[in-house]
Design a protein around this ligand. Structure first.
Ligand code: SAM
Length: 219
């Protein structure tokens, strides 16, 4: 019954404060039709990304891990008309779905999908830095590397957000035999918490409060 109440409250907040429009709904539909996994952020997280982008007047946003463009649409909509979202995605099958969804959502002009391994693409992005907001949501094992790059590509006031940093509470401490994704997340949480350059909090805001964002601001 408690779970039911939590779901009802979450549904109400979503409906009132983070409703999906046609652009977002169609992006999900296109993803499903293309057979992509349904592992995107939820609408409350999308709205939260927009709040952070607006709070620090983001003009340049970097996303690592686009999937089907759902989070990208939320991010791009927080940008001014001359702003830019660069989204990195390793799987070329996704790129066309993403571009079509960005176009339907009216954000084609200010977005760019770059296909390839993010780790290999990040060094070249130094020429386009600093980014005001960086959203990390790709392969979990590489999160520590993504953090290193995110900091390099930041300025004071940049916001770095990483998804899946709660994972039922299993990613706050190393455990024997943990897989490399879990190890990556454990290290990410530790690195953000221990870095004196960052102010960090973890927020359980997905999957019935069992998963969520790690949010850092660069001092
Ligand atoms: N941010 C998306 C959203 O909320 O709509 C969800 C992203 S999904 C959880 C993770 C994505 O990262 C997948 O599309 C996967 O192909 C991509 N990915 C995995 N490893 C990657 C890498 N090394 N470089 C770039 N993208 C990668």
């Amino acid at each position: 019954q408690e779970a039911q109440q939590r779901h009802a409250i979450e549904a109400q907040i979503t409906q009132l404060f983070a409703p999906e429009d046609d652009g977002l709904r169609q992006a999900l539909q296109a993803a499903k039709q293309a057979g992509l996994p349904e592992i995107q952020i939820n609408p409350l997280q999308g709205k939260l990304l927009q709040i952070f982008a607006a709070a620090n007047h983001s003009r340049k946003i970097l996303e690592i891990g686009s999937l089907a463009g759902y989070s990208g649409i939320w991010l791009a909509r927080a940008l001014p008309a001359d702003g830019r979202l660069i989204s990195l995605e390793i799987d070329p099958k996704h790129a066309e779905v993403i571009r079509a969804s960005f176009a339907r959502a009216g954000v084609a002009e200010r977005t760019e999908v770059r296909v390839g391994n993010a780790l290999e693409q990040l060094p070249a992005l130094q020429a386009e830095a600093p980014f005001d907001l960086i959203f990390i949501d790709a392969d979990k094992a590489n999160y520590p590397h993504y953090l290193e790059w995110a900091i390099k590509l930041s300025r004071s006031g940049s916001i770095i957000i990483a998804d899946n940093c709660v994972r039922e509470g299993k990613v706050f401490e190393a455990s024997p035999g943990m897989d490399e994704d879990t190890a990556g997340l454990v290290k990410y949480n530790q690195l953000t918490r221990d870095n004196p350059l960052l102010i960090t909090i973890v927020l359980a805001n997905d999957n019935d409060y069992t998963d969520g964002f790690n949010i850092s601001v660069v001092k």
